[in-house]
Structures are given as structure tokens and as C-alpha cells.
Design a protein around this ligand. Structure first.
Ligand code: NAD
Length: 294
């Protein structure tokens, strides 16, 4: 993997690109934000003047962009017309399944190998190189994709063909949004019943209510040291990002005919939380809304 083009160096992309550099790879970085490019240069990337400039001569192109329309236009207008023949293209953004499949089709028609490879693990995982990747790709391409991703990952699983990575991500995050709401409601009820939150945490952590939202990401402050609840819900995974993923899940459910009533409720509740001003705060801050603090 002699040269990498990395496009999209925001909260997630910055740490991911830095880990490619740490693995000894030559990374040409591009972002629309000059601040993001400056941060990438400080972590050892070289700066590209444009997306075209970054992808020309690169063997591997990695993108980490906000949403489907960004990915569609970047690939159609900049990456596919300019990338080196035979380059491997990997999009790590969380986007809708249809966009992922459309970009894959266009890339394949132009002779490129493409993967949708969204991630789980947040900014801490991006910085530490411990993200979980869920990949949609042609089976024959997976070993090379896994090796390309390895400096950024703790685990990489092929979910299936193109679009399957995004399907896995959307389902996982719908489950996460619902489970966090359940954990927050349980803490709010425990409080009203005069049950100490520390005692409820100790018991539920060892009982059938145990889940990641409780034991790795406890929304009640003072229980899990690394959880955003201990930093006044700053950083972490923004409510607006969770809402984006819940909307993707609801759109996918409507198109496919799946019944997801709890997913729909979760979307409505996080949307209210965003309207009350918490869009930029970690999604576990929804506990404060349920406790009537905001
Ligand atoms: P971000 O907004 O911090 O970063 C996106 C970057 O893309 C920005 O720097 C922006 O300037 C850049 N960009 C947008 N359009 C561009 C273009 N055409 N050319 C070049 N650069 C462009 O977002 P983020 O938090 O890094 O998230 C990126 C993706 O990762 C999203 O799809 C998100 O859903 C997903 N994700 C985020 C987290 C998280 O905890 N933040 C966790 C898992 C997955």
C-alpha cells in the first residue's frame, strides 16, 4: 500500500488518517476545511490541494464524510474520474444503503474495487485505532480491504455484498439508540423509587438488563470513568449523529417494509432532545431530558 488518499478529516477522519501514518503509510490528505487539513499535516500527512490532487497516484482512497449526498458527489465528480487505474476505494462514512450501492456500481463500472466500510467505536476508537469495521464488498476483495483498514481497526467483519456494511451499521445504531433510551428510563425510574443509582448500576450490570449502553457508556455520571456523562456529555457521539442514523433506519424500514416501532419512537425522542438544544452533545445526555433537567 504505497500511497493513500484520505478525504474527510473531521472528528473521525483525523485520528484514522493519523493511524495510517503511524503504520508507515504515505497519506495525502484533503478536506474542505483548512483547519482539518492543518491538523492532518501536524499528524504527518501531506497536504493535497484538491480531491483530484489527493487521488491521483494513490493506490488506496479512503473517505470519511458526513452523509450520502457528500459521498455520491465526491465519488462521481472527483474520485472516479481521477483515481489511478486499479485503485481500491473504501468509504467509511455512515450513509444510506442505496447511496452505497449506487457508488459501488459506478465505481465497478469504471474498473475500481469499492467497499462500504462504516465504523463503530466513536472518536476514541478512531484516535486509538480500535474501530470495528463492517464491510460490504466483493468477497474476493476482502483480504486486501482488511489489510488496508488494519491500522485503524480492532475488528473487521465482512457483512456481505455492497451496501451490507451500511445495513449492519444502521441496524446496530438503531439498537444502540433504543438501548440507551431504555437504560436512561431505568435510571430515571430508579431515582423516583429512591433506589441509589450506584446500587441500581451494580445490580443491573450483573443482571439481565446488562448491555453496552449501561456498562461501557453509563449515562449517569460517576459510574464509568470513560463515559461522556463524566464530561458533561461533551465529545462522544453527538445526538444529531444518532438522529441521522435513526432517520436512515426509519427510511430503510419504510422502503423494505420492516416493522420498527421502537426505532420510530427513538427517532421522535432524540429529535425532541435535539430541538431542546442538545444536538451537539453526546446522545446519552438524553438522561437529562428524561429527568426534567432540560
Ligand atoms: P465531521 O463533520 O467531523 O467530519 C466530516 C468532514 O468531512 C469535515 O471535516 C468536512 O469538512 C469534510 N467534508 C465534507 N464534504 C467534503 C468534501 N466534498 N471534500 C472533502 N471534505 C469534505 O464528521 P465525523 O464525526 O468525522 O463523522 C464522519 C462520518 O462518520 C459520518 O458519516 C458519521 O455518521 C460517521 N461516524 C461518526 C462517529 C462519531 O462518533 N463522530 C462514529 C461512527 C461513525
Amino acid at each position: 500500500m504505497s500511497r493513500i488518499a484520505f478525504i474527510g478529516l473531521g472528528n473521525m477522519g483525523a485520528g484514522m488518517a493519523a493511524n495510517q501514518v503511524k503504520a508507515g503509510r504515505d497519506v495525502a490528505a484533503f478536506d474542505l476545511s483548512q483547519l482539518a487539513v492543518a491538523r492532518a499535516i501536524a499528524s504527518g500527512c501531506s497536504s493535497a490541494n484538491s480531491a483530484e490532487d489527493a487521488v491521483r497516484g494513490a493506490d488506496l482512497v479512503i473517505t470519511m464524510l458526513p452523509a450520502g449526498p457528500h459521498v455520491r458527489s465526491l465519488y462521481s465528480e472527483h474520485v472516479i474520474p481521477n483515481a489511478k487505474h486499479g485503485a481500491l476505494l473504501i468509504d467509511c462514512s455512515t450513509i444510506d444503503v442505496e447511496s452505497a450501492r449506487a457508488v459501488a456500481k459506478e465505481a465497478k463500472a469504471a474498473g475500481f474495487r469499492f467497499a462500504d466500510a462504516p465504523v463503530s467505536g466513536g472518536t476514541a476508537g478512531a484516535d486509538a485505532g480500535t474501530l470495528a469495521f463492517m464491510v460490504g464488498c466483493d468477497e474476493a476483495d476482502f483480504p486486501e480491504i482488511e489489510s488496508a483498514i488494519s491500522p485503524m481497526s480492532r475488528v473487521t467483519i465482512r457483512a456481505g455484498d455492497h451496501g451490507a456494511g451500511q445495513a449492519a451499521k444502521i441496524c446496530n445504531n438503531m439498537l444502540l439508540g433504543i438501548s440507551m433510551l431504555g437504560v436512561c428510563e431505568a435510571f430515571a425510574l430508579a431515582e423516583k423509587l429512591d433506589l441509589a443509582p450506584e446500587k441500581f448500576f451494580e445490580i443491573a450490570s450483573k443482571s439481565s438488563g446488562q448491555c453496552w449502553s449501561l456498562t461501557s457508556y453509563a449515562p449517569w455520571p460517576g459510574l464509568v470513568e470513560t463515559a461522556p456523562s463524566n464530561r458533561n456529555y461533551e465529545g462522544g457521539f453527538a445526538t444529531a449523529m444518532m438522529l441521522k442514523d435513526l432517520k436512515l433506519a426509519q427510511e430503510a424500514a419504510a422502503k423494505s417494509g420492516a416493522s420498527t416501532p421502537l426505532g420510530a419512537q427513538a427517532e421522535a425522542i432524540y429529535a425532541l432532545h435535539e430541538r431542546l438544544g442538545s444536538g451537539g452533545r453526546d446522545f446519552s445526555s438524553i438522561l437529562q431530558m428524561l429527568r426534567g433537567e432540560i
